[in-house]
Design a protein around this ligand. Structure first.
Ligand code: SAM
Ligand code: SF4
Length: 339
């Protein structure tokens, strides 16, 4: 039973004094898209037996909430292609106001037409929807298997259901870089915040990362030629740094792990779909929480394993995309760790 006093529980503090109040959970490494910067077209997925059950994920999330986690983001792979995912969302949604302040998702939007109403009913209020281009053919090229119309339909359903949607786009050199201004104007007109993300060197892919990498300092400089960017104090508890675009009145976020490292204010840890807890997206140190579950640990014992892991959270990552090496900084794909 969850104690009502959890409302005031203090989050765990890591060795660098950072309060860890945000858990990102990859529900599956599988996806119905094959985005070029995320995975190769013939990606090999994990055997289902390696993946945590939804009940195991719920148990682990509950332990985190007992330890002061206030925000949970479900991601993947594509979280909404996980079978029976709504059962988990309903269970976690019931913890809103009982320790949990926010339950949210990052999704490619392909399933939002089906699920938006229930997501809202179960307590989700905001979702991040990843859209890298508004050109249907380019969308197909980037996602390989995606259909832009379906995603835009999903976005409409989500908005209609009452979900606040933020659009995330990865900045890709020579691919969508000239379109970002138009996309921002479109998003703001539709009432959505917009965030641009730098590509991160995670997992083997077919393409050359140095070809894809576009520093956001360049994106910002180009946008400044056309728009007035005013610094904003707005925060969502995530890594994005925001500006207001005066011409549209909307917000634009920058996630810049490479040009500006955001580790000093990191408040999160990540649980993979196999039960590995990564204390940093860009480092290999982890704790095997599935092993703890398989050993029958629950309650305090499980919480102690989580405490021990957080006491090892490193100061920061060492991502770098260099001309000399195309090897990923970390071998696991974003889809396994959860983007
Ligand atoms: N499938 C969902 C989606 O696309 O929104 C959730 C998982 S996806 C891994 C989460 C976010 O990570 C997406 O916005 C995606 O564009 C981004 N992403 C994936 N691989 C990336 C990489 N190597 N560098 C930067 N962002 C990446
Ligand atoms: Fe799937 Fe998201 Fe990766 Fe694209 S970025 S392949 S939608 S997990």
């Amino acid at each position: 039973m969850l104690d009502k006093s959890l409302k005031n529980i203090a989050p765990l503090i890591d060795p660098f004094g950072r309060a860890i109040s945000y858990l990102r959970v990859s529900l599956t490494d599988r996806c119905d898209f094959r985005c070029v910067y995320c995975m190769s077209e013939n990606m090999t997925f994990l055997p289902k037996s390696d993946v945590l059950s939804l009940e195991e994920i719920e148990t682990l999330c509950t332990s985190f909430i007992n330890l002061g986690t206030r925000k949970i983001r479900l991601t993947g792979g594509e979280p909404l292609v996980r079978k029976n995912v709504l059962n988990l969302i309903k269970a976690l949604g019931s913890k809103m106001g009982h320790g949990l302040d926010e339950l949210t998702l990052t999704t490619n939007g392909s399933q939002l037409s089906r699920f938006s109403d229930q997501l809202y009913d179960y307590g989700v209020r905001r979702v991040n929807v990843s859209i890298d281009t508004l050109k249907p053919e380019l969308f197909k090229k980037i996602t390989r298997w995606g259909d832009l119309d379906k995603v835009l339909g999903g976005l409409k359903s989500a908005t209609k259901a009452g979900l606040k949607c933020k659009i995330n786009a990865v900045a890709l050199k020579g691919v969508n870089e000239d379109e970002l201004g138009n996309m921002i104007e479109w998003a703001h007109k539709e009432g959505h915040d917009f965030t641009v993300i730098e590509t991160m060197p995670m997992g083997e892919i077919t393409e050359d990362r140095t070809d894809q990498y576009l520093p956001l300092s360049m994106v910002r400089a180009k946008l400044k030629e056309k728009y007035t960017l005013t610094a904003s104090e707005y925060k969502t508890g995530g890594p994005a740094r925001y500006v207001k675009i005066e011409e549209t009145g909307g917000r634009l976020g920058f996630i810049t792990p490479l040009t500006h490292n955001f580790c000093e204010s990191c408040n999160r840890v990540r649980l993979t779909c196999t039960g590995m807890l990564y204390m940093c997206l860009g480092q290999d140190d982890s704790a095997d929480l599935r092993k703890e579950l398989l050993q029958g640990k629950t309650g305090l014992e499980l919480e102690n394993a989580i405490r021990e892991a957080i006491s090892r959270k490193p100061k920061g990552h060492d991502f770098e995309i260099s001309r000399r090496s195309n090897a990923p900084a970390v071998k696991r794909h974003m889809s396994v760790t959860g983007g």
